[in-house]
Design a protein around this ligand. Structure first.
Ligand code: PEP
Length: 250
């Protein structure tokens, strides 16, 4: 049985309140992993506030070395100190603004898989790539390079399909297009790691998810949860998304 995730990527933002989410999480009926991803500087604070609740804390990035002369970088060892259980890797903003390559993402994933932290690997095509019908080619390459050579701890890998044109635009992928890509991703995972492992890896959808579209997206067979940006910044909206996913499972 694949795990279901509702993850909130705050990016370089803080939110006004978290207590209502912590309270609400007591009423979650199903086995859903709810995770928030604050900026590095606030991991400790939110880690402490959410301790003992069903809401987990994750980081938005990590470096692949444990310590040393890497100005501005953060090691997984520091993340563990803050109680982080998850890290987002290869987000399109890291790829596009900070020029992170698939090769760099691959180094990070391998390091993280040697720890207890679970990586959420983001993949997805740009608008012009989809308009040329190259979306599968792009995602296949991202997966092959980022995940190639991984030999163990496959069960900790989580994938997020985040079409770049859908991020922060209010234009989500249709449930049909999301399912088509998620099932393609599962096929790629199967050729990399085998059928059984590919079946167990959760694939989240991200890109303009909100309380109106989450139900239809989550209904698709290979959509195992959502990675939410903008709508996770308002606690009441994020709670609604978690609630809809929870109710869909009953
Ligand atoms: C994201 O940045 O991971 C994301 C999905 O953003 P949004 O929900 O705002 O499109």
């Amino acid at each position: 049985m694949r795990k279901v995730y509702v993850a909130g990527n705050w990016k370089m933002n803080l939110i006004d309140e978290i207590q209502p989410l912590k309270e609400f999480s007591k009423d979650i009926k199903n086995d859903i992993e709810v995770i928030v991803f604050p900026p590095f500087t606030h991991l400790q604070k939110y880690g402490e506030i959410l301790k003992g609740s069903k809401v987990k804390v994750g980081a938005q990035n990590v470096f692949y070395e444990e310590k040393g002369a890497y100005t501005g970088e953060i090691s997984y060892r520091f993340l563990q100190e803050f109680g982080c259980e998850y890290v987002i890797l290869g987000h399109s903003e890291r790829r596009n603004i900070f020029r992170e390559s698939d090769e760099l993402v691959s180094l990070k994933i391998k390091k993280i898989l040697s720890s207890s932290i679970k990586p959420i690997l983001c993949v997805g095509e740009r608008e012009e790539e989809r308009s040329l019908n190259k979306q599968k080619f792009v995602v296949e390459n991202q997966l092959k390079i980022s995940l190639g050579g991984i030999e163990n701890n496959f069960k900790n890998i989580i994938i997020a399909y985040e079409p770049v044109w859908a991020i922060g635009t209010g234009k989500n992928a249709s449930p049909y297009d999301a399912q088509e890509m998620h099932s393609f991703i599962r096929e790629q995972l199967s050729s990399l790691f085998g059928k059984k492992i590919s079946y167990d890896i959760s694939i989240l959808y991200g890109g303009s998810v909100n309380e109106e579209n989450v139900k239809d997206l989550f209904r698709e067979d290979d959509v195992d949860g959502v990675l939410v940006g903008g709508a996770s910044l308002k606690c009441d909206k994020f709670i609604k998304i978690v609630e809809i996913v929870d109710k869909s499972l009953i």
